[in-house]
Write a protein that binds this ligand. Structure first.
Ligand SMILES: O=C(O)CCC(=O)C(=O)O
Length: 283
């Protein structure tokens, strides 16, 4: 049987089903819900909304609030808003790092790049065209950078799954150009594929997706009426150059050989964050 490592090398991505439990994800979901709660209270107190939608579920509340104040298309992801110990604990969770260790060995650095994505119904901004992540991370194409992508709700065809082209990382980085109306640069030559090659990833909350920096993927429109919440973080082998990427100042060791404990504490990472010139760069 093909191992996870073989599958990952062949496809450029890998889904590990039920890698995390409800409990593993609970603290981050609570941290996100607290951001929503705080913002709802502010908007209510400012008289901008007349209901805080307190009774609504995690999947619906933020969208209801944004609709009520006509601010539906604001950002493609949250960064500073979700900076928290809960987030750090998930990034450095042993179950996450165990998956990575099989792929890149036991000396692993967290690149400092993290997002929580509230992908809203029918939102264009978060409907991403085919791309390779190295197109947006200069000078990373000769190294392995891994994205760990975790759905915080079940992902189906209707609510904006990711699609991949298996094996597309093998042709290297393509050239990209800007297209009016597209938030992201798009490849000059569209990836060479037929529809039959496209792998649409329906995932359950608790599944873990990991993909490399050269595999072609895209994010479909969310055609449902719920938010497709997800979170993603990037990693590489310890010592891999981050070449001045904007998040380099908050990169840190996540695992080192012969040490089961994460070598970086939350306190250390928070101090890095506080000293970082970029901490207020994104919402
Ligand atoms: O979460 C998404 O919808 C898109 C994620 C993505 O394309 C990426 O992280 O490169």
């Amino acid at each position: 049987m093909e191992t996870n490592l073989e599958k990952f090398r062949e496809q450029g991505y890998l889904v590990v089903e039920s890698a995390l439990s409800e409990t593993d994800l609970a603290a981050l979901i609570t941290a996100i819900a607290e951001v929503v709660e705080k913002r709802a209270a502010e908007l209510y107190n400012e008289g901008i909304i007349s209901d805080t939608y307190e009774e609504m579920s995690f999947e619906r509340r933020w969208y209801a609030i944004l609709k009520a104040c006509s601010r539906e298309n604001e950002v493609f992801g949250w960064h500073t808003l979700v900076f928290s110990e809960a987030l750090f604990d998930l990034i450095t969770h042993p179950k996450v790092l165990d998956v990575l260790e099989v792929l890149i060995g036991s000396d692993i650095q967290f690149n400092g790049d993290f997002w929580v994505r509230p992908k809203l119904p029918n939102e264009q901004l978060t409907t991403l065209p085919w791309h390779q992540d190295s197109a947006y991370m200069p000078q990373t194409e000769n190294d392995i950078h891994l994205t760990v992508w975790l759905p915080l709700v079940d992902v189906k065809v209707e609510n904006g799954p990711l699609q991949f082209l298996p094996g597309s990382h093998k042709s290297g980085l393509q050239t990209y150009h800007r297209v009016p109306g597209e938030a992201f640069a798009v490849p000059v030559l569209p990836p060479d594929s037929s529809d039959a090659d496209i792998d649409t990833l329906e995932m359950k909350k608790g599944d873990l997706l990991v993909f490399n920096n050269l595999v072609f993927h895209r994010s479909l429109v969310n055609q449902s009426d719920i938010i497709r919440w997800s979170t993603d973080f990037r990693f590489s082998r310890t010592g891999t150059s981050l070449n001045g990427l904007w998040h380099e100042a908050i990169a840190c060791p996540a695992r080192e050989r012969e040490n089961t404990e994460c070598p970086t504490s939350w306190q250390t990472w928070r101090a890095q964050w506080n000293a970082s010139p970029h901490k207020d760069r994104f919402v």
